[in-house]
Design a binder for this molecule. Structure first.
Ligand SMILES: Nc1ncnc2c1ncn2[C@@H]1O[C@H](COP(=O)(O)OP(=O)(O)OP(=O)(O)O)[C@@H](O)[C@H]1O
Length: 321
């Protein structure tokens, strides 16, 4: 069995709200796997099903080959879970709270809680209701990591953490991976997933719309390009670029200084674009690195994707791809 998590056609409805519409997910053992998606996409619900906090309407779910509904405390102990909304008992200190969690999910090796508290710089003897949002989040992370579980399920783990603490979190994730633990984490922030996960699934409207390695997604991502040309009319530039099949979302605009500026997004390499410009007088050109953020936003469906007709700033359309 090579997967820590296998989810097939998972559906969950809350009354008439179809939160999950057939989620498929396969997280290999030892992977750091990111779930990314906009608000309400279904990331938290998927995680809650893995923990048997929420029960599926239909579909199959397995964690280390066991259905979470059947796994009971033994399976639960193998998972460290950071909920998205952490509710801490205000009457106790961090130390008391963590000891309480350790008695449920432990064993926790001696000194581990203190070691993690020192790394995160969180006061253990202060009442939890006096803690800042960030310090509460740190306690949540400590309880997830402290018993060195086989699987970490972390819902928005860096929410409320400053960049230095985020770095400590990244170190813990790397250590967990070195130990052979599997990490599933969710985020709205792509740069975070990109920097620690090697695989990711984009969740949209209760479905996984893309599952790939970060490297594959980067390869499929487009580059933003812009060039300012001084010796061609708008129509000529449009004509010139019509042969560049990799170019989409093209905008061609004429400026008062009689230059023509073209912007667009380029899939694949920049060679054809550069060749098309070679015969022109080019005052300025920018070819950006492939943009992963754009690739994911396309998948979110939050904005028009590639293939949109190019527009001219004066409102005329001269060229459609
Ligand atoms: N207990 C519940 N009762 C009713 N609806 C729920 C419940 N839990 C989640 N939902 C709904 O399920 C959908 C998916 O929510 P979910 O929290 O899984 O999304 P998410 O991707 O984690 O979003 P966010 O990034 O905002 O946390 C939403 O429409 C939400 O309102």
């Amino acid at each position: 069995m090579t997967h820590a998590i296998e989810v097939q056609d998972l559906k969950k409805s809350f009354g008439s709200n179809h939160a999950l519409n057939g989620i498929d997910l396969a997280v290999p053992r030892g992977a750091v796997f990111g779930l990314i998606g906009s608000n309400g996409a279904g990331k938290t619900t998927t995680m809650r099903v893995l923990l048997d906090i929420v029960r599926p309407t239909s579909g199959s779910v397995s964690v280390f080959g066991i259905d979470p509904r059947e796994g009971g405390p033994a399976l639960r102990r193998r998972i460290g879970y950071l909920p998205g909304e952490l509710i801490l008992d205000g009457r106790s200190t961090g130390r008391q709270l963590l000891k309480h969690y350790a008695s449920i999910s432990g064993p926790v090796r001696a000194g581990r809680i203190e070691e993690l508290a020192a790394r995160f710089d969180v006061p253990l003897d202060r009442s939890t209701h006096k803690l800042s949002k960030g310090n509460k989040q740190k306690l949540g992370l400590i309880q997830a990591f402290m018993h060195e579980p086989d699987l970490l399920v972390l819902d928005e783990p860096t929410s409320g953490l400053d960049p230095l603490v985020q770095q400590t979190f990244h170190e813990l994730v790397r250590e967990a991976q070195t130990n052979g633990q599997t990490v599933l984490l969710s985020s709205h922030v792509l740069s975070e997933i990109e920097s620690i996960a090697e695989q990711l699934a984009v969740v949209r409207k209760g479905k996984v719309v893309s599952a790939s390695t970060v490297t594959e997604l980067r390869a499929a991502a487009k580059r933003r390009v812009q060039a300012t040309i001084t010796d061609r009319s708008k129509a000529e530039v449009v004509q010139l670029l019509s042969s560049v099949t990799e170019l989409s979302e093209v905008t061609v605009a004429r400026s008062d200084d009689n230059t023509t500026t073209v912007t667009g997004r380029l899939s694949g390499g920049p060679d054809a674009f550069i060749r098309a410009l070679a015969s022109c007088a080019v005052a300025d050109v920018t070819i950006a690195a492939p943009n992963l953020e754009d690739a994911v936003l396309d998948l979110y469906d939050a904005r028009p994707s590639s293939g949109a007709a190019p527009t001219l700033h004066d409102g005329t359309q001269e060229h459609t791809k």
